[in-house]
Design a protein around this ligand. Structure first.
Ligand SMILES: Cc1cc2nc3c(=O)[nH]c(=O)nc-3n(C[C@H](O)[C@H](O)[C@H](O)COP(=O)(O)OP(=O)(O)OC[C@H]3O[C@@H](n4cnc5c(N)ncnc54)[C@H](O)[C@@H]3O)c2cc1C
Ligand code: SF4
Ligand code: SF4
Ligand code: SF4
Length: 381
C-alpha cells in the first residue's frame, strides 16, 4: 500500500490512485496545494499494484524509446498562431493535426476559477485552452481513468504534460491499450504551488475590486524572453506584472520532488519532447524574440507524429539544445522551508511581501529589469 514518507519521492502523478480498483487511495493537497496519495487501510486489500505502478524512481520504464533522441528546432509559420504559443508552437502543430486526423488531445488548461487541470480538446476552441505554459502543477485527478476509457473505445489519444505525468500515465495504461496512446512531454524546470497561485489571484481580485477574466503567466506581447504576467479584469482594466518570484523562477514554492526529478536527462518518456530552443546563435533569423521550439523525437510513434510537420523543422545537434533541465533537476530555493513555515504560520500576504512582488525587493527588481529591457536591444545589435 502506497505510503509517502518523504515528499521528495512523489511527483503527484495520480497513477497509484487511478490503478487502485478498490478506490482506497485519494489524492489530498498539502498546505501548498500539491497532491499526495493517501491510502485508506480499511479499503485496501494489499494487492501491491499502487507500489508497482509508481515510476518516480531512477529505473523508470522508458518503453521502446530511442537511447538518443533526434533533435529539431521548429517555429509555426503563421505569426498570429506563433503569438498564441509559449515557445515556437510545436505543441499546437502536432496537436492540431492529431485532432484533424480524428484523435483527441489532453493537456493543461484553466478552469472557470483559474485552477490548472488537465482537460480534453477535440476541436480548435478546446485546443486553444491547452496552449501557453501554466506555471503551477496541473491537477490530474480522474484524468488517467478517463483516458483509459477513451483508449478502450478505440479513440486515438495524445497526452501532453510534464515528463513525470507522462511516465505515470504510461505505467498506468495496460500494454494492450498503449497502441493508440501518443505522448508529448515538456522540458520541465519544476512546478510551483497551486495554492499560492490561488491566493495570489484572490488577492489581486480583492484589491482591484474586480474579477479576473483572463490570466497569462508569460505574456508573449513582451517577447519570448520577457517574463511578464498579464491579468485582464472584468472592469476592463489590464495589468502587467513581472512573473512572480515566489511562483516561478526562484524555486521557493516548487514541489519538492522536482528537486529530485528523475527525468531531467535525455532518457525521455514521451514519444516527443517539446521545449524552448534557447541556444540560438546571434546571427540566426530566429533571434527576433518570437519564440523557437525544441523538438526531441524519442520513438517511432514520435516520428509518426512529427512527419506531418517535418518540412518546417530543421535538424540540429543534441549539443546545441542541451539546457540545464536536460541535465539535472532544478534546485529548491535555500529559503524553501522557511517560505513554507512563514506561509503556514503567517499566510499569503506575509510571504508575498517578504519573498515576492508586494514589497521593496520586488520594486528594486522591477527597476533592474526595466534597465535590462532598455539595454537588451542595444546588446543584440
Ligand atoms: C511548469 C513548466 C516548466 C517549464 N520549464 C521549461 C524549461 O525549463 N525549459 C524549456 O525549454 N521549456 C520549459 N517549459 C515548456 C515551455 O514553456 C513550453 O510550454 C513548451 O515549449 C511548449 O511550447 P509550445 O509553443 O510548443 O506550446 P504551447 O502552445 O505553449 O503549449 C503548452 C503546452 O504545455 C502544456 N502545459 C502547460 N502548462 C502545463 C502544466 N502546468 N503542466 C503540464 N503541462 C503543461 C500544455 O498542455 C501544452 O501541451 C515549461 C513548461 C511548464 C508548464
Ligand atoms: S509518484 Fe505518482 S504513482 Fe508514485 S506515489 Fe506519487 S502519485 Fe503515486
Ligand atoms: S495495495 Fe492495492 S488495494 Fe491497497 S491501496 Fe494499493 S492498489 Fe489499492
Ligand atoms: S521537474 Fe520533474 S518531477 Fe517536477 S514536474 Fe517536472 S517532470 Fe515532474
Amino acid at each position: 500500500m502506497v505510503n509517502i514518507e518523504d515528499k521528495y519521492n512523489c511527483c503527484g502523478c495520480t497513477a497509484c490512485a487511478s490503478i487502485c480498483a478498490h478506490d482506497a487511495i485519494t489524492m489530498a493537497p498539502d498546505s501548498l496545494g500539491f497532491l499526495y496519495p493517501k491510502a485508506n487501510s480499511e479499503l485496501c486489500v494489499n494487492c501491491g499494484l499502487c507500489d508497482k505502478v509508481c515510476q518516480f524512481h531512477n529505473n523508470y520504464n522508458r518503453y521502446d524509446n530511442y537511447d538518443s533522441p533526434l533533435a529539431y528546432q521548429f517555429r509555426l509559420s503563421q505569426d498570429e498562431q506563433l503569438k498564441k504559443s509559449q515557445s515556437g508552437g510545436a505543441f499546437f502543430a502536432i496537436a492540431d493535426k492529431f485532432i484533424a486526423d480524428g484523435g483527441v488531445v489532453y493537456g493543461a488548461a484553466f478552469t472557470d476559477t483559474w485552477r490548472v487541470t488537465h482537460q480534453k480538446a477535440n476541436d480548435n476552441i478546446t485546443l486553444s485552452a491547452l496552449r501557453m505554459s501554466k506555471y503551477v502543477q496541473s491537477d490530474l485527478r480522474g484524468v488517467f481513468r478517463q483516458i483509459k476509457n477513451e483508449l478502450k473505445n478505440g479513440v486515438r489519444v495524445l497526452f501532453s504534460g510534464t515528463a513525470c505525468q507522462v511516465a505515470g500515465l504510461k505505467a498506468y495504461i495496460p500494454k494492450l491499450l498503449r497502441k493508440n496512446l501518443f505522448c508529448i512531454d515538456i522540458v520541465c524546470h519544476g512546478v510551483p504551488s497551486p495554492k499560492i497561485w490561488e491566493d495570489y489571484l484572490a488577492y489581486l481580485q480583492k484589491t482591484r475590486g474586480s474579477q479576473i477574466v483572463k490570466a497569462c503567466f508569460r505574456d508573449k506581447r513582451f517577447g519570448w524572453h520577457g517574463a511578464r504576467e498579464s491579468f485582464l479584469f472584468e472592469n476592463g482594466k489590464e495589468e502587467f506584472r513581472r512573473t512572480s518570484n515566489y511562483l516561478y523562477f526562484s524555486g521557493l514554492s516548487m514541489r519538492e520532488s522536482c528537486s529530485n526529478c528523475h527525468y531531467t536527462n535525455l532518457k525521455r518518456v514521451g514519444d516527443i519532447t517539446v521545449g524552448d530552443q534557447w541556444g540560438i546563435p546571434k546571427d540566426s533569423p530566429y533571434e527576433d524574440d518570437k519564440g523557437l521550439s525544441l523538438i526531441l523525437i524519442n520513438s517511432d510513434k514520435g516520428k509518426q507524429l512529427f512527419e506531418n510537420i517535418e518540412k518546417k523543422a530543421e535538424g540540429i545537434s543534441i549539443k546545441d539544445c542541451m539546457q540545464p533541465q536536460l541535465k539535472q533537476p532544478s534546485k529548491l530555493h535555500p529559503d524553501h522551508q522557511r517560505f513554507i513555515y512563514d506561509y503556514e504560520s503567517k499566510g499569503f500576504l506575509y510571504v508575498a511581501k517578504k519573498y515576492g512582488d508586494l514589497g521593496w525587493r520586488y520594486k528594486r527588481k522591477c527597476l533592474i529589469e526595466s534597465i535590462k529591457d532598455l539595454i537588451r536591444p542595444l546588446i543584440r545589435r
